[in-house]
Design a protein around this ligand. Structure first.
Ligand code: AKG
Ligand code: FE2
Length: 282
C-alpha cells in the first residue's frame, strides 16, 4: 500500500481537500504519514463522503496521540472520546466565536477531527483561520512587542456559569470542571513542536488577558489581535455535506462555527487529540 493521497490546496494560507483515502479502514503507516504531512502544511484538511462511525473516528484520532475527554460536552453512547455537538432551538450553538479548542488546559489539543452527521438544508459552515499566516502578516515592531508575552486562558470565558444552571447536577458538574481547570498561561506566539513554524496563539474564546502589561494595554492588544485573525486572507470556509470529515492542527489555527441555521438541527461528532505544552523557541 504505497498509494499517494490527492491534495488540493484550497488557498495559499490554509486548507486542503484530500482524496484517495477511505477513513472507514485503518490507514497504512504510509498513508497516515502523508495525511499528517498534509495537515502540518495546510493546517486544516477536509475528506469528503467518509461516513465514519464513532469508534472509527476514535481509532483514527488515536493515530495522532492520546485523546481528551471533554469536561462538559456530552459524549456518543459508549464512546466517551467522541463529543456530540447536537444543536437546535433548545440547545443553541455556542461555537459561533473564534476559538482554539481547549486552550484552558496546560497541554491544549494538537489535533481535532470533526465529522458531519446531520446538517441544515443550508448554512452551518465552519471557518478556520491560520495563526501562522496571521503571525507572519504582523509588522516586525508588533512581533517584537508580542514575543515573550503570555496570555491567560480561562475555561469560564466560553463556558460561563449561567449556561450551566438548568439542573443541580449540571451546575455541580460545571463547578467541578472549574475546580479542575484553573486558568493557564500560554505564550502569545508559539513554535510548532513538529514543523517549527511560528503562530499567533491567542483566541477570543478563552484568552482573558495578557500578563506583563497593564489591563488597558492587554485589552487593546487582544482587541487588535482578535480582529486581526478574522481577515479572510488567513481563512478557509467549509460548506459541509453529511459524511465530510475535517481534521485541523489545533496548535496553529482557530475556528468559528457559523450559527445561521436555527431552527434547523445540526449534529457533529468531534474527537480531540491531546497536545504538548505550548512554547516559544524564539
Ligand atoms: O460545529 C462545528 O462546525 C465546529 C464546532 C467546534 O468548535 C468544534 O468542534 O471544536
Ligand atoms: Fe471548536
Amino acid at each position: 500500500m504505497n498509494e499517494r493521497i490527492h491534495i488540493d490546496a484550497l488557498g495559499p494560507a490554509i486548507g486542503a481537500s484530500i482524496g484517495g483515502l477511505d477513513l472507514r479502514r485503518a490507514l497504512s503507516d504510509n498513508q497516515f504519514e502523508q495525511l499528517y504531512h498534509a495537515l502540518l502544511r495546510h493546517q486544516v484538511i477536509f475528506l469528503k463522503g467518509q461516513d465514519i462511525s464513532p469508534t472509527q473516528q476514535r481509532d483514527l484520532a488515536r493515530r495522532f496521540g492520546d485523546l481528551h475527554i471533554h469536561p462538559v460536552y456530552p459524549h456518543a453512547p459508549g464512546v466517551d472520546e467522541i463529543i456530540v455537538l447536537d444543536t437546535h432551538n433548545d440547545n443553541p450553538p455556542d461555537n459561533d466565536n473564534w476559538h482554539t479548542d481547549v486552550t484552558f488546559i496546560d497541554t491544549p489539543p494538537a489535533v481535532a477531527i470533526l465529522a458531519a452527521k446531520q446538517l441544515p438544508e443550508t448554512g452551518g459552515d465552519t471557518l478556520w483561520s491560520s495563526g501562522i499566516a496571521a503571525w507572519e502578516a504582523l509588522s516586525d515592531g508588533v512581533k517584537a512587542l508580542l514575543r515573550g508575552l503570555q496570555g491567560e486562558h480561562d475555561f469560564r470565558k466560553s463556558f460561563p456559569e449561567h449556561n450551566y444552571r438548568h439542573s443541580e447536577q449540571e451546575h455541580q458538574r460545571w463547578l467541578r470542571a472549574v475546580a479542575d481547570h484553573p486558568p493557564q498561561l500560554h505564550p502569545v506566539v508559539r513554535t510548532h513542536p513538529v514543523s517549527g513554524r511560528e503562530a499567533l496563539f491567542v483566541n477570543e474564546g478563552f484568552t482573558t488577558r495578557l500578563v506583563g502589561v497593564t489591563p488597558k494595554e492587554s485589552e487593546a492588544l487582544l482587541g487588535f489581535l482578535f480582529a486581526h485573525i478574522t481577515q479572510p486572507a488567513f481563512q478557509v470556509r467549509w460548506r459541509w455535506q453529511v459524511g465530510d470529515v475535517a481534521i485541523w492542527d489545533n496548535r496553529v489555527t482557530q475556528h468559528y462555527a457559523n450559527a445561521d441555521y436555527l431552527p434547523q438541527r445540526r449534529i457533529m461528532h468531534r474527537a480531540t487529540v491531546l497536545g504538548d505544552k505550548p512554547f516559544y523557541r524564539g
